[in-house]
Design a protein around this ligand. Structure first.
Ligand code: GLA
Length: 699
């Protein structure tokens, strides 16, 4: 893409162009402040500023609002200077703005990645002699040219139903995507895509997209002005926000990652996926493929113990599973969700010999070992709470609202941060633990922090999250082989902030394979399938009592990072044989699924049929998954036209089940797969299959 900015005649830093990459000499006009549209629309609101302070009569969303100690709240940010640094990971530009009168500086950062992403963030610096209060701080504002046909796509949901994709036309006014909950949230994910109605589809048309790297309360304000200009302002949530800056202090905002394509929503997702793989995830540019996990949460819930976990581990290993994870229930007095959070010692009744015998056996079985933790939480019924009731977040003298019988520890406190780091470090040092499933099962309710002076109490919104990142970073530094999953009662904490420290995420507690098709489709709009953990679980499903055949459950889970959560000790020999075959199949396509390019060929919401395809980065392999949810009138499966292959290359066809891909030749060219396409023979309810295509001359 091309992103062009300039300094106008009023010293304002202004967007000139954001869109399709421009080639050759540019005739773009230079920046020029727009005149006031009327006495009701001053120049500052008409001009597409890159980062507007609230001042000069700005009636639209400001990027920054500050209150000075004398009560003055006007801020006029003029361009001061800029410097560019080029690095191996991208070129970075720092532009400094300064208030026209006061020594308040704003440093705007622009970092350009080869994957096509622009990262923008800012730093607000107080060089005055008094304490100023930041009341709103965005990472960036992005401006789109006037149009009356923009449409906004966003992802919303709730527990058990995350990642629902909505596309609505933009009209003058504000569309606010946000979380005020202290964390990323199930309800709204900090991702957006803007297309043009009638023009943008999955495979074509303009898409401006972005996502915020922040795991706390966040906000993306999409404002269509009354002259149909669109302004996207993203960063800290402005609700209840206040951050005092003493002389010399800085406030850094989260990073807003944005991009553009004219190839539709599919390509927008692929750009984001590639960026996450190459730049964001631990181990980038070559993050480790996700191992196949076994986890008994759905099968046993809190009822974990040595004998039970060992029996499950033996069976899981025989199926080809690579990692055994003990979920909630192994610690403290944890028999239900009423007690134990905070007491991270092994429950002696359930594991009388500690974790060692289980871990040793898991290793003998050729798997590595992982364990569940929920470090930021505390049950009032816990030793930790009895010792440190003041560590739970609250407003003194007001009731504390419990959720799932637990309270949130105030991780903004340094003693809480130290406690987290100490117990986690001990747990991982004393046991051979390869993986933590890091859970977070409620939102904030009373975000009080009375241990610090009043003006600083609201810093909790920023300091909590920065401490969380520091704990994760330090833990990984001390244990370089440790891998971590971000889970929050399902997909409540998935964002580009946490993904810098976590290798995978749990998209939803909803494991019903039909629901999962939509959940995973929505997830893939914003995040790579390489982090999308998907378990095969038992039927009838715990959530909706639906009975879906095992093969379909597997095929759905194989489109992400496959895991198993069934009570595998109860599987029949036939089920075990099928599972073993499918696990082995998955291993042959895992890197293509997790690290390749995803093409959403037929969306699950559109009909009773759906299909996704993954193409390896070097295009030597592609894998197609087809799903028939429910058949009507005996209708045959629609023709599937693949995408992203080399047209002239010859591909060897390897169907998972040849009877479901009748008439397919043994070899076929990319152009035939993409042009005439192929048909699948799927019938009835919940039928599915997969086909692998391998380039014949691949070395
Ligand atoms: C959350 C997670 C589940 C499981 C439970 C344990 O709901 O999303 O996978 O770990 O907590 O209490």
């Amino acid at each position: 893409m091309t992103y062009a900015i300039g300094v106008n005649d009023q010293k304002g830093l202004q967007t000139i162009y954001w869109g399709q990459r421009l080639e050759g000499p540019s005739t773009l006009v230079s920046a020029k402040a727009y005149p006031e549209a009327a006495s009701f629309d001053p120049s500052v609101s008409a001009t597409p500023l890159e980062y507007a302070g609230w001042g000069g009569g700005l009636p639209t969303q400001p990027a920054l609002k500050i209150s000075f100690p004398d009560g003055n709240r006007s801020l006029l940010l003029d361009y001061l200077d800029s410097k560019q640094t080029d690095g191996p990971n991208g070129d970075q530009l720092e532009i400094t703005l300064r208030d026209r009168l006061a020594e308040v500086y704003v440093h705007l950062f622009y970092k350009v990645y080869a994957t096509g992403i622009l990262a923008r963030w800012s730093q607000i610096e107080n060089r005055t002699k008094g304490v100023i209060t930041v009341e709103q701080a965005a990472s960036a504002t992005l401006n789109l040219p006037p149009s009356t046909s923009y449409e906004l796509s966003s992802l919303t949901g709730r527990w058990g139903a995350e990642w629902q994709l909505h596309t609505v036309p933009l009209v003058p006014g504000h569309s606010v995507l946000e979380s005020r909950r202290g964390s990323t949230s199930h309800q709204s994910n900090p991702w957006l895509a803007i297309g043009r109605t009638g023009e943008t589809t999955e495979t074509s048309g303009p898409v401006w997209f972005g996502e915020l790297g922040w795991s706390g309360s966040w906000q993306i304000d999409v404002e269509q002005t009354y002259s149909h200009r669109v302004k996207i302002t993203g960063g800290y949530n402005t609700f209840d926000f206040s951050y005092p800056l003493a002389p010399g202090q800085l406030l850094k905002t989260p990073i807003f990652y944005v991009g553009y394509t004219n190839k539709g929503h599919g390509e927008a997702s692929r750009i984001l996926h590639r960026f996450q793989q190459k730049q964001i995830l631990p181990g980038a540019p070559t993050p480790k493929p996700r191992p196949i996990i076994y986890n008994s949460w759905e099968a046993t819930e809190f009822n974990v113990n040595e004998a039970g976990q060992l029996a499950l581990a033996e069976k899981a290993a025989s199926l080809g599973v690579e990692r055994m994870v003990i979920d909630d229930g192994w610690f403290g007095q944890r028999v239900t969700d009423h007690a134990g959070l905070g007491d991270w010692y092994v429950n002696q009744t359930k594991f009388p010999h500690g974790l060692k015998p289980v871990i040793d056996r898991v290793h003998q079985l050729g798997m590595d070992f992982g364990i569940w933790v929920e470090p930021e939480m505390i049950n009032p019924d816990s030793d930790l709470y009895r010792k440190h009731p003041e560590w739970a977040m609250s407003f003194p003298g007001r009731p504390r609202t419990e959720a799932r019988n637990q309270l949130v520890l105030n991780l903004a406190r340094d003693d809480v941060k130290q406690y987290l780091l100490t117990f986690l470090d001990k747990l991982v040092s004393e046991n051979d633990i390869a993986f933590l499933k890091w859970d977070y099962n409620r939102n904030w309710s009373e975000p009080g922090w009375d241990a610090v002076p009043l003006p600083e109490q609201k810093e909790i919104y920023v300091r909590y999250i920065n401490n969380l990142y520091e704990v994760l970073a330090e833990l990984r530094k001390r244990h370089p082989k440790l891998e971590i999953e971000s889970c929050s009662g399902g997909g409540g904490r998935v964002d580009l902030g946490i993904l810098r420290y976590t290798d995978e995420v749990w998209p939803s507690d909803n494991t019903d394979a039909l629901d999962r098709l939509s959940i995973q489709d929505g997830f893939s709009q914003a995040y790579t399938p390489g982090v999308m953990v998907a378990w095969v679980t038992d039927v009838p499903n715990f959530l909706d009592r639906r009975n879906i055949p095992l093969e379909f459950r597997f095929t759905v889970a194989m489109t992400g990072a496959l895991g198993i959560g069934s009570d595998v000790t109860k599987w029949t020999p036939d089920e075990s044989a099928l599972a073993t075959r499918l696990v082995a199949f998955y291993k042959t396509v895992r890197s293509t699924v997790q690290q390749g390019a995803l093409y959403r060929l037929i969306a699950p919401e559109a009909s009773e049929q759906s299909a996704v395809e993954y193409v390896a980065e070097d295009r030597h392999q592609a894998v197609l998954f087809g799903f028939l949810h429910s058949q009507h009138y005996g209708e045959p499966f629609q023709t599937i036209r693949l995408q992203g292959l080399e047209p002239a290359a010859l591909y060897r066809v390897k169907p998972l089940d040849p009877s479901k891909a009748p008439g397919l030749p043994q070899q076929i060219t990319g152009s035939e797969l993409m042009g005439p396409g192929i048909s699948l023979h799927l019938i009835g309810d919940y039928d599915s299959t997969a086909i692998v295509f391998e380039k014949v001359d691949h070395k």
